[in-house]
Design a binder for this molecule. Structure first.
Ligand SMILES: [Zn+2]
Length: 399
């Protein structure tokens, strides 16, 4: 990606400058109308129903104009011809809070806002909060109802770990960064405690008016019993998980309780991940019934670049093979995601006045292999690649 700085250009053109000339150049630079211009890309902003070749002008960290030909000067220009220019991506299910390097790696993927979904519980919540606090982009945390966080023997296999008071204390102390409660309910995580674990997670969340995100799939309790506890604003992640206790019945039909949950305002999220969360035949059955995800998320961690997850643009690309349009996939990772957590409320769009968070994506044609969580492979003919990010008006190259 080529970027030219007006001041550098002037210095190159005039060689050594006198003090007077240097001052004149400074004045010229400060007189630029815009700080940054993203020129000539295919701008997709589902919130504004826009899909067209446009220039995007940025001033003081905000979107200043989206027009077919911006002629005013800008301090920096990025040539986006042949690229998609979309709102900064919001990934609502990551484990970015596991390591201090994660936020910057996500930023290079185009992710300008992330949620850590339950890496830690009350005992070590300070670790993830510290990473969210120092993240260059907005990072927030869902507290695991299991007080010890993710455990290989199962977060809440010992029900005593689903400690309501410990979770409440942790939220009270970190109110700014904890935006919800995570309840992982699979058989190997909660065993037969799934329903009670979720009931406690809801009890905690309710006292702060926060949402709960459930990790569904392969639960002991039937999914309808668990869904009955969810209310408007709660999130179901791993929506493509295969049986037992998938969102479809034995005949492949979406369960009526799932449709009812969606109609009362429960969100359904992808949560790609690597183990047990996604199988192509289940994806196909669900997508065929037009039960599209509300949000696309990765379940990202530091290993993701070398697994089937890779990055959020790759996870978005997978659904293009099941009838989702580019615009719909972009909406899932931008404007839809912005509605799930209030911290993202004014994000996910390129409307004038919005914070200038932008992802450039490269939509390539060819043969691309996509793998589910069960080593099944499909081949698609399109894939989105990250192509640079703008965060608060500042250009961050991909490499
Ligand atoms: Zn996860």
């Amino acid at each position: 990606m080529r970027i030219m700085n007006r001041r550098e250009f002037s210095c190159t053109a005039f060689g050594g400058t006198t003090l007077v000339l240097a001052r004149a150049l400074r004045v010229a630079a400060s007189a630029d109308k815009y700080d940054l211009l993203i020129r000539g890309g295919r701008v997709i902003d589902p919130a504004g129903r826009l899909d067209a070749i446009r220039d995007v002008a940025i001033s003081a960290g905000r979107i200043a104009g989206v027009e077919s030909n911006v002629t005013a000067s800008s301090t920096n220009t990025v040539d986006a011809h042949g690229k998609l220019v979309v709102p900064g991506l919001l990934d609502i299910h990551t484990h970015a809070g596991r390591s201090a390097e994660s936020p910057n790696l996500l930023l290079k993927d185009g992710v300008t806002g992330w949620i850590d979904a339950g890496t830690q519980g009350a005992d070590h919540i300070g670790d993830v909060v510290a990473i969210a606090r120092s993240s260059p982009q907005q990072g927030r945390v869902l507290i695991n109802i299991g007080r010890a966080g993710l455990l290989s023997e199962g977060d809440t296999m010992d029900l005593a770990r689903a400690d309501v008071n410990a979770a409440r204390d942790a939220i009270t102390k970190n109110r700014e960064y904890i935006v919800g409660v995570k309840a992982r309910l699979s058989r190997d995580v909660a065993g037969q405690n799934d329903y009670e674990v979720l009931r406690r997670a809801k009890e905690v969340a309710k006292s702060f008016n926060l949402p709960v995100m459930i990790h569904m799939g392969q639960t002991m309790s039937p999914l309808p019993k668990l869904l009955a506890l969810l209310q408007r604003g709660d999130i179901v992640t791993h929506m493509f998980a295969p049986p037992p206790n998938s969102i479809i019945d034995d005949n492949g039909r979406i369960l009526p309780e799932v449709l009812a949950a969606r109609s009362r305002g429960v969100w359904f999220d992808v949560g790609n991940g690597v183990t047990g969360h996604m199988r192509w035949d289940v994806v196909e059955a669900i997508m065929k019934q037009k039960f599209l995800p509300d949000t696309i998320s990765t379940d990202w961690n530091m290993n993701s670049p070398t697994t089937g997850v890779i990055d959020l643009p790759n996870c978005m690309s997978k659904l293009l093979n099941y009838g989702m349009s580019i615009n719909q996939a972009v909406a899932c990772a931008t404007i839809h995601a912005s509605r799930t957590f209030s911290v993202f409320r004014n994000r996910g769009t390129l409307k004038v006045g919005a914070p200038a968070d932008i992802a450039l994506l490269d939509l390539r044609e060819g043969k691309f292999e996509y793998v589910d969580n069960f080593s099944n492979k499909i081949t698609g003919n399109q894939r989105l690649f990250p192509g640079g990010t703008v965060l608060a008006g500042k250009w961050i190259p991909r490499t």
